[in-house]
Write a protein that binds this ligand. Structure first.
Ligand code: FMN
Length: 195
């Protein structure tokens, strides 16, 4: 019996190209990919979407791509910068579009593992952002992974990639990426028709 390849969607970053939160996201995503998961990234300015509008079902191509990617994902990794004590508006708005999955067979993030990362210039906001992400994912029926990662980047813990970032932070991001990919693989197997 061949096991299906799980799809992990990595979502996050800021309007800054290759922001600290996006770099952290990519370290976790690479670790998920190393376990055999297929990775899709929607990051940075790809997430500059119109504010979620309850008054129309019309969606832009970028928004449709986001909704479709979330629908197909077996697991997600989400990274937000901490803005003024919490999740950035851009990331929260992207998560608001999960509402469009409310009538799916698998509504919202139902049953999907979700790894979470908060990056800020102080511990208070980094940890607060991680907690807020957990709260949002819980309300969307997702399963936050056991390990979440809060990063205070004021002293440059995030380098350009895993090779020049703080060793402990890299290990945490990789462990979390692996946790998401392993759970996503189990769920993808459980869902696939038996042969
Ligand atoms: C609008 C704005 C608000 C911010 N608010 C906070 C904050 O309240 N606390 C904090 O520690 N860092 C704050 N920061 C700093 C970011 O969290 C920091 O740059 C972090 O590295 C993530 O940004 P990046 O992913 O865009 O690189 C803020 C940055 C911006 C642009």
């Amino acid at each position: 019996m061949t096991r299906p390849t799980p799809l992990v969607l990595a979502l996050g970053g800021s309007t800054t190209p290759m922001s600290a939160s996006e770099r952290a996201l990519r370290i976790a995503g690479d670790a998920a990919s190393a376990t055999g998961a297929q990775l899709e990234y929607l990051t940075g300015r790809q997430l500059m979407l119109p504010i979620y509008d309850t008054e129309t079902a019309d969606r832009t191509p970028g928004t449709t791509a986001l909704i479709d990617a979330i629908r197909r994902a077996d697991g997600l990794i989400i990274a937000s910068p901490g803005y003024h004590g919490g999740i950035s508006g851009m990331i929260k708005n992207a998560l608001d579009y999960v509402e469009d999955l409310r009538r799916d067979d698998r509504p919202y993030l139902d049953g999907r593992p979700v790894g979470l990362i908060g990056v800020a210039h102080g511990w208070q906001t980094a940890v607060g952002t991680l907690h807020q992400l957990r709260q949002v994912v819980h309300s969307l029926r997702g399963w936050p992974s056991p390990l979440g990662v809060a990063i205070n980047d004021s002293s440059g813990l995030m380098g350009t990639d895993a090779s020049d970032s703080d060793e402990t932070v890299v290990r945490q991001l990789q462990t979390m990426g692996e946790q998401v990919a392993e759970m996503a693989a189990l769920l993808a197997s459980a869902r696939s028709p038996r042969d």
